[in-house]
Design a protein around this ligand. Sequence first.
Ligand code: CMP
Length: 140
Amino acid sequence: MAVERTFSIIKPDAAARNLTGAINAMIEQAGLRIIAQKRVRIGRTEAETFYAVHRERPFFGELVDFMISGPVVVQVLQGENAIAKYRDLMGATDPSKAAAGTIRKTHAKSIGENSVHGSDAPDTAAKEIAQFFSGNEIVG
Ligand code: CMP
């Protein structure tokens, strides 16, 4: 299995509830290493660019408003099979459908306020990491 990198966001609902440490503990217990991390406020244009693939979806406006509503923690995670491993750890997008022990089952409030984002494929992971981090901020 290959060592991969994936991009993670601890979203405003989780950052506001002081869940960064609890979520990071779950990430590390799953065997992923946090190789870059910073707390930021995402701007509207930045959020619209990040979620451009969802632009035509009915929830796009709500999604962007939520993601700029408060601080988030952006991260790069590294490990064997990191992209799939983190998606498994996050659980289903809708927390009511997420498996026990996942981040979303444990912490998320709703399908919109679902606590975490993780990349869905290697090309999106590379693009998402590059949107938020320069090379010298990532220490693997
Ligand atoms: P994320 O993994 O960040 O990618 C897109 C996001 O859109 C997703 O998590 C959800 O938070 C959000 N989303 C998906 N479906 C809905 C919905 N029906 N209503 C509001 N937000 C949604």
